[in-house]
Design a protein around this ligand. Structure first.
Ligand code: NI
Length: 257
């Protein structure tokens, strides 16, 4: 609104200047001048849109879904560079409380084809919370991710510590994605070890748990990607991996119950 008024003011000023310079002008000239001013106004930059979800035939391809929890953090931007260089897509299960500080990275995840998942607001052990508190943890994080990403609403949830139960699952209202390969990267801040585990342990269809808040994890990922590529793996998001599986709200995948 303010911009429009300022533009109008500028046009009136321009018309006055034209009149002052030329002595007299016709209304038509004024309209042409106004049109010229309008044409020069910069067009608003188009909103970038994320690439469409790919259809990956993970029944036949050697698919692996790398997942990164507890961010975004100070190493997330570098991880995005690394993934981009390898043409790899991943899934980020983010804490709502961290999103505000790294909004640009969250936006980038969406634009570069990664999947954005909800990992609660502040990483509580959900079974010890009231149902209302569980709902609040989920809802606040959904909104933070939606706002930062430019309109992506997560459809997958990961319970902190993998700790959940039927009541929590119902309150969350999304499929709860767990993992079959736990890198234990938070316990072992050792790049060579994380490279070894991350390269050797995944099997066809694995969901691998990493944490992008650790530098020693992010530093391991280029060699993990290269090693897995050598083993013939294709890097997909959890959504792509599970496209033909029936994921249900309140159920864990893989099935831990
Ligand atoms: Ni976590």
């Amino acid at each position: 609104m303010r911009g429009t008024r300022a533009a109008k003011g500028a046009m009136v000023g321009l018309a006055a200047a034209v009149i002052a310079a030329c002595g007299s002008v016709h209304a038509g000239d004024l309209r042409q001048q106004a049109a010229a001013v309008k044409k020069r106004a910069p067009a608003p930059s188009p909103t970038p849109t994320p690439p469409p979800q790919r259809t990956m035939d993970c029944a036949h391809l050697n698919c692996v879904a790398l997942t990164f929890d507890d961010g975004p953090g100070p190493y997330t931007a570098h991880l995005l560079d690394v993934l981009k260089a390898a043409g790899a897509r991943a899934t980020f299960f983010m804490l709502g409380e961290n999103v505000g500080e790294y909004k640009a990275d969250v936006r980038r995840m969406a634009l570069e084809g990664h999947q954005l998942g909800n990992h609660t607001w502040s990483h509580p052990e959900l079974p010890s919370l009231s149902t209302d508190a569980v709902r609040s943890q989920v809802r606040r994080t959904q909104k933070a991710i939606y706002d930062a990403s430019g309109g992506v609403t997560p459809t997958l949830f990961r319970p902190p510590y993998g700790a959940t139960n039927a009541r929590v699952g119902k309150a969350v209202g999304m499929p709860e994605i767990v993992w079959d390969v736990d890198s234990m990267d938070w316990r072992y801040p050792n790049v060579a070890r994380n490279v070894r585990v991350g390269t050797r342990e995944p099997k066809k269809g694995s969901i691998v748990l990493f944490h992008d808040i650790h530098k020693t994890t992010v530093d391991a990922i280029p060699r993990v990607l290269a090693g897995l590529q050598k083993r013939g793996f294709t890097f997909v998001t959890v959504g792509e991996l599970t496209e033909n599986q029936s994921l249900a709200a309140g159920r864990t995948f893989p099935n831990w119950s």
